[in-house]
Every structure is written in C-alpha cells, then in structure tokens.
Design a protein around this ligand. Sequence first.
Ligand SMILES: Nc1nc2c(ncn2[C@@H]2O[C@H](COP(=O)(O)OP(=O)(O)OP(=O)(O)O)[C@@H](O)[C@H]2O)c(=O)[nH]1
Ligand SMILES: [Mg+2]
Length: 403
Amino acid sequence: MSPSQITERFFLRDVLWKGVLVDRCSVVYYSAPSSYTGEDSVEIFCHGGLSVIKSLTGIFLNLGFREAGPGEFSRIAFENGKLSLNEAEAVVDLIHSEDESRGLLSSEAVAGKLSNMIKTFGDEVDALRVYLEGSIDFSDEDYDFISEGSVAKRLVDVRSSLLGLIDSSLVSNKKLTKNRVLFFGPPNTGKSSLFNRMLGFERALVSNIPGTTRDLIDSEIFYNSVNLELVDSAGVRETDDLIEARGVALSEDEVHDSILVLVILDHFTENLAKDFASILNTKNHLFVFNKSDEKPPNQSYDCVVSAKSGEGVQGLKKLIFDSIKKNNEGPKKTFIIRERHLVLFQSALSNLDACIEKISKESDVELAAEDLKMVRSSFDEFLGVKYPDDLLGDIFNDFCIGK
Ligand SMILES: Nc1nc2c(ncn2[C@@H]2O[C@H](COP(=O)(O)OP(=O)(O)OP(=O)(O)O)[C@@H](O)[C@H]2O)c(=O)[nH]1
Ligand SMILES: [Mg+2]
C-alpha cells in the first residue's frame, strides 16, 4: 500500500533484521498533517528493555536514519504551525514536572488554552487599534468615536483579563520545580547520618570529625507519589580551611534553590537555633533535633529524631511531605508560565495603561494606537509569531533528546 492510500493506521508487525526476528512491534502511521510534527510520521512501540530498543534503533541507523536532536520534533511542530512557542515551552515543563499538580498545569498550556486566551486578547487589541486609527481620519466630524465605541471600557476589560491571567499563573523557576530538601546546620550534628537514614543506604560519609561533608550530595526518594530530592551539605561554621569554606558557601547558596530547609541541631548546638532562624528568615524551614538517643531536647522543635536508632524518621518524612504540599498549594493556579512570559505580559500591561491614560484624556489618539501596536507585539512574541533570533535555540535545547 502506498503512503498516500493510508491515513492513520495501527499495525502489529514482526520486525526482522537479516532474517532474524528482533521484536513483534505495534506500528502507528500518521499521515500529514495529523501528527505531532505535522509531517508524515511512524511511531513504533516495542517491548521494554534496553537491548530491544538498541537493536531497533541500530536497524534504523543502518538504513540511513539518524537520531533526533533535543527538541527537534517540537521545533518541527512549531515551524509547521502545530504548536505555538509557549505551547512548545509547556511541553518542556511537562516533561520536567516532578509532581502531578505541576504536570496538570503544564498540560493545560500544551492543550492550547493559554494561547487561545492570548489570541483572543490580541484580536480585541487589533480591533481597537484599527478603530482608533480609523477615527483619526474623521477627527473633524461632530462625532465622539472614543465614547461611542466604548474604547476605554474595552481597554479596561482587556487589562483586567490579562491581570487575572497573570494572577492565576505560577511562574516556574527551573530549580524550584524539583522538591529539593536541604539538610542544613552546624557541623557534626548528624546531617549526613540522617540523610543516609532517610535514603536507606550509606550515600554520604559520616565521621565524628566536624567538617566531614564538603560538597553538596543529592539523592532522591519517593514518598506518597512525590519525588523528594534530598541534599546533604557542609556544616555551616567560620573556617580557615579553604575547601571547607567553599562547601559552606555552597550550602548557603543552596538555601535559595531549595523548597524546604531542614535545620539539623543536636544537644551540643541547641544555642544556635536563633542564629539559623535569622539566616533563614522567611524561607520555608523546619527545626529538627537529632541524637535524641543521647539526650532529649531543651527547647521545642518541629521534629525530634535519632539518625542512630531511626526513631522519629518516619514522622520527619511525613512532616516534609506535608510542608511541601502546603507550600506548593498556595492560591489555586491555572497555568504555569515562565519568567519570559511574565516579562512580556507586564510590558503589555504597561502599554495598555499608557493607552488607557491617553484615551481618558482624549488626546494623542495616534500615539494611543501605537501603544496598542506594542501590546500586540508582546502577545506575538509570547505566541512565537515573532521572536528574537537566539530565543528558539534557548528553548528547544532545553528539551530531552527525541521530543
Ligand atoms: N548518638 C548518636 N550519634 C549520632 C547520631 N547521628 C549522628 N551521630 C554521630 O555524630 C557524628 C557526626 O555525624 P555526621 O552525620 O557526619 O554529621 P554531619 O552533620 O554530617 O557533620 P559534617 O558533615 O561534619 O557537617 C558521627 O560520629 C555520627 O555517628 C544520632 O542520632 N545519635
Ligand atoms: Mg556531613
């Protein structure tokens, strides 16, 4: 059957290479433009296992195919008008999203809901601009175009809809999309011991010499369907040791990129609680007292544990989970947007404001129309109708291979 006769089909086929059966695969054929990229495409579903995948990709490489670069499929989809630029960015966010709720927010954007809203705003802005430009030619007539056309009201409506969209969007920060939980505190309080205990294996070195940990060490655990990235760090203290000092600086930097900071203290360091509270200030943190097997605490803590006996460790996991969940919840959001989008929306807002001001004074109608051109330009940049030269590279290089 020639490709032109096939529209969209699902086949079960034995894949043979030089007469040898490699795998029985499902093959889906998509005819253009009904595919992700908008081109004719074939997807092959094979049985799991690296060796089958390697054999299959080997066959295709032998036949002259090559592997796609990062984001190549999405880039083709964008170039063929199947995805707008912000939708392509939402695909990356969806791939990288660590928890279900963030994934759902990105899916909304991939599905085009956000683009459609911006397109609607853009159409209204265009209509208003054309109306304003038209009114300039008739400015001598005895007719008040501005108030007859409810221009001010329509501008205020676009403005408040855009503001509402910004309020219902979560601005993503690459590092903060991971649930990074930092083990922070003075040296020798048992940060690494507790980190190992929570992972269930000896990932970090432990010793009774203060200053053992120098680098950041991270490892993931899965708790209640949520990925937690635990990060052990160097004990914080003044030190003359250059390498240790770099470790301390790393720990302090890491505070900004963590979603939650655990301050681990023990019975030798309880007096430092106030200092750590003031360093962390508004950063989401929990105070954890370790080594409860040796001595009980003298003050109150969010959690009391013993890395040695394991006492309190399950409770600490639950506390971390609850704290992250609470932190992620916040006011209900509809979309995830990027810093780039926020900047464009803010610029559109300030141009709308400038336009509204001119319209309210019924002066500079020509300049007011120019303001609307700028608003439209921000929306176009958001959708990818126009974009700076290096933007595409930045966006698509962020994809994983093959999407
Ligand atoms: N009794 C008791 N000792 C502990 C406990 N946790 C850690 N220790 C001991 O405390 C010492 C320091 O432990 P580490 O886990 O290396 O402490 P750290 O905070 O990572 O230290 P630095 O990496 O130097 O900042 C070791 O001798 C551990 O065996 C605990 O729960 N109970
Ligand atoms: Mg350590």
